[in-house]
Design a protein around this ligand. Structure first.
Ligand SMILES: [Zn+2]
Length: 370
């Protein structure tokens, strides 16, 4: 893009350098070409700016998605930390219980071994060593309770062990689930970052294209200004086409504001009204006041859609605020030809033709020419 644009500019500058000293019509043609390129570049720039805007909003969206994903990930990270703490405390608990179980088991085995060695005799001797029946019953009850107690301890240990194993399994499942969720979020975030990178590089490309277009537009505008100045110089060489000016409106002779100083209807300051306003219905024809060449047919913020016709001898007429232009820069027009349609574009309060006459750039009262 940049290369193409700079080629076009180089070509335009070279072409205009060659034309120095050439005819008025040639310069006019050059100006036409430059104006065409300006319009083309402007429309490209407009598309580029739109594209830039689109990419900006896309980047904004991706950034908010990334922020969201980062928040989710930090939440999940917190959950994982909590779960990891739970797991290690359960593990410590489990270890302690297992130690206790081992100790209990050892003492139980010791007792059982002792009882086995003594056999029934030992037990019977305990019982037979009883002094009386009450003592016997007490000893019997004691032996029974030794066994009952061991069984209870074993049962309790088994229950505790199962409970801890279950809890451990649950925690492991939870941890695996959190890890997979964390992986999913990380994948999502990296995908978003990739798209953000792609969009950003696209945006940088569009920005650099736009910069190149803006630069070329500046150069083209400067070249157009130079050509206009050249044409103004050459205007003096063209003879006035002659004859009397025609009334610029086909449908109305109503003058709503004369040439001269007046309070500006929009700016509210005392200002020279540089032309004459003819109130006419929107869409009716605006007519060329005399034969000539269109030196400008385009947009101006104050004049709106305007047409400027060069009649030779340094005499130029201007028709402003049109709704539509019917001619292009460089067109040769005849007196009374429709050149535009009445409108209210630019700084205007209603449909009218603002008609100006300039001689060597000086504003004239159009009344003196009509
Ligand atoms: Zn006016």
């Amino acid at each position: 893009m940049k290369r193409l644009v700079s080629y076009v500019i180089t070509f335009a500058l070279t072409a205009s350098a060659i034309t120095i000293g050439m005819t008025y019509a040639d310069e006019q043609q050059n100006l036409n070409d430059i104006n065409k390129k300006i319009n083309q570049t402007k429309s490209e720039l407009k598309n580029g700016k739109n594209k830039e805007k689109q990419l900006n909003s896309q980047i904004k969206q991706l950034e908010s998605q990334i922020n969201e994903a980062e928040k989710e990930i930090s939440g999940i990270q917190g959950d994982i930390n909590k779960t990891e703490k739970n797991i290690s405390s359960v593990k410590a608990n489990l270890q302690q219980v297992e130690q206790e179980m081992a100790q209990q088991n050892e003492s139980l085995e010791k007792r059982l071994r002792a009882m086995y060695k003594n056999g029934d005799v030992g037990m019977i001797q305990i019982l037979l060593g009883s002094d009386d029946i009450t003592d016997f019953m007490t000893n019997m009850d004691m032996v029974q309770r030794i066994f009952d107690n061991d069984v209870d301890i074993l049962k309790l240990m088994e229950e505790q062990h199962q409970k801890i194993e279950l809890q451990k399994k649950q925690l492991e499942t939870l941890q695996a689930q959190l890890l997979s969720e964390k992986q999913k979020e990380a994948d999502k975030q990296s995908a978003l970052q990739v798209s953000r990178g792609e969009v950003a590089s696209l945006k940088a490309q569009v920005e650099s294209d736009n910069d190149a277009l803006e630069e070329s537009l500046d150069e083209l505008n400067a070249e157009a200004d130079r050509l206009v100045a050249e044409i103004r110089k050459l205007q003096g060489n063209q003879a006035f086409v002659g004859g009397v000016f025609a009334w610029p409106s086909q449908s109305s002779t109503r003058v709503t504001s004369e040439f001269g100083y007046r309070m500006h209807p929009i700016l509210k300051v005392n200002k020279l009204h540089t032309g004459m306003d003819i109130g006419a219905a929107a869409g009716t024809n605006v007519l060329a006041a005399n034969d000539g060449t269109v030196i400008k047919a385009g947009w101006n913020n104050s004049y709106g859609n305007l047409v400027m016709i060069d009649h030779g001898g340094g005499i130029v007429t201007l028709y402003a605020h049109n709704s539509k232009l019917l001619v292009s820069t460089g067109d040769v027009v005849a007196k009374g030809q429709a050149i535009a349609l009445v409108g209210s574009t630019g700084q205007s309060t209603g449909p009218h033709i603002h008609f100006e006459v300039r001689v060597n750039g000086e504003y004239q009262n159009p009344r003196n020419w009509l």
